[in-house]
Design a protein around this ligand. Structure first.
Ligand SMILES: Cc1ncc(COP(=O)(O)O)c(CN[C@@H](CS)C(=O)O)c1O
Length: 387
């Protein structure tokens, strides 16, 4: 049987077995609704409390801040951006939001929805290194700007954005800052004691927790109307029965993810660099973003003369899972926005392949991937009419 190799961890990750084990008791043993006042409900509360403590320390949140448990980062990002519309933009003359062309579609489309309701949105374009700088943000802020939304790290390229500098600009200018930290947690240190953001979103399944549970951080004293109404859960910030098993799992997952940061930035980075160096030995191969400015597990490579989809197909035929970019865009055959934004020509913009490793990736898997990828490049270039 062909050995399968999973190198699409920015799309989703395997649940760490230790995380899975924490979920077990909450299905058939302690299955009460935590909001119930009887024994079945009360007995699960200490586990939720422990999970919240793990999450607070996992991102360096202060006790006075809020962390809302939700279903995923898509929900969290929608809650922030739509919540801003109802809370602030609708009633005051501040009708401007600044975001970037790098954001995940759930941020972009939430902003587009607000544009249809009279909000002005600036989508900052990255520079040729794929970066959004604090200066770009500062230059875009006007006296009508209410919110800046910039992701902590990009899901396709792994490029880490200067959130600390951007947060200083937002504080100086009196503008709220939201950061989508989905691709940062477990890869780089996210410490809100050091970097002041007002809203932060994350999803457990990106750092070896289960799908279907995520978190929304709201800094002390900030008020955001709920996206989901009709329950006193999460202090009224998010109605709906709490996903007990998922929350407990996410607490354990963030604890393990932070404990593995050194391993991620040493060993996973070494394997990613080994793959990257091997691919760069081929002519006309471009890696997007400076290596030291990327999350340790991600490599977004453009191989001239090889369509991204063809490369993914060849890899898949050999049991290797990678992607042409974010999973949610995998159906669209459009040119990659990031490659277009950094000035890649049309042909190049269709040649992106994303490899994203994890702490479970082995040296043998990378060696096999190097061999298969080099053979695929040779085969596909021979078939290419343009190379
Ligand atoms: C930066 C960023 N922000 C939000 C999301 C959405 O996460 P959900 O848990 O699905 O709601 C993702 C998920 N990006 C996956 C699936 S599209 C990728 O292949 O890149 C993300 O990377």
């Amino acid at each position: 049987i062909m050995e399968r190799i999973y190198l699409d961890n920015n799309a989703t990750t395997i649940v760490d077995p230790a995380v899975r084990d924490t979920m077990e008791p909450f299905y058939c043993h302690m299955y009460g609704n935590p909001n119930s006042l009887h024994l079945f409900g009360i007995e699960v509360r200490p586990y939720l409390h422990q999970a919240m403590e793990q999450l607070y320390s996992g991102i360096g949140a202060s006790d006075a801040d809020d962390i809302i448990i939700n279903s995923c980062a898509t929900e969290g990002n929608n809650t922030v951006i739509l919540g801003f519309y109802f809370n602030l933009l609708k009633d005051t003359r501040k009708k401007h939001i600044i975001t970037t062309q790098l954001e995940h579609p759930c941020v972009r489309e939430s902003c587009r929805f607000l544009e249809r309701h009279g909000v002005k949105v600036t989508y900052l374009a990255p520079d040729r290194d794929g970066l959004i700088t604090a200066k770009m943000v500062k230059d875009a802020i006007t006296d009508q700007t209410a919110l800046v939304s910039v992701m902590w790290a990009n899901n396709e390229t792994g490029i880490i954005l200067p959130i600390e500098e951007i947060s200083k600009v937002c504080k100086e200018q009196g503008v709220y800052l939201h950061s989508d930290a989905v691709q940062a947690i477990g890869k780089v240190k996210v410490d809100l004691q050091k970097v002041r953001v007002d809203f932060l979103t994350f999803s457990a399944h990106k750092f070896h927790g289960p799908k279907g549970v995520g978190g929304l951080y709201i800094r002390d004293g900030l008020n955001l109307p709920p996206l989901l109404h009709g329950g006193e859960q999460m202090g009224g910030h998010r109605a709906g029965t709490v996903n007990v098993a998922g929350t407990v799992a996410m607490g354990k997952a963030i604890e393990l993810a932070n404990a593995s940061l050194d391993f991620e930035n040493r060993e996973v980075r070494r394997l990613r660099d080994k793959l990257e160096d091997a691919l760069l030995k081929n002519a006309d191969v471009l890696v997007v973003g400076k290596r030291e400015l990327r999350t340790p597990n991600t490599l977004y490579v453009s191989i001239r003369g090889v369509e991204g989809e063809s490369m993914i197909w060849d890899l898949n035929q050999n049991g290797i899972a990678a992607s042409t970019g974010s999973a949610c865009a995998s159906e669209s055959l459009e040119a990659s926005p990031i490659l277009t934004a950094i000035g890649a020509d049309r042909e190049l913009a269709h040649t992106g392949v994303r490899f994203s490793l994890s702490r479970f990736t082995t040296e043998k898997e990378i060696d096999i991937t190097i061999e298969v990828a080099n053979k695929a490049i040779e085969r596909l270039r021979q078939l290419s009419t343009s190379y």
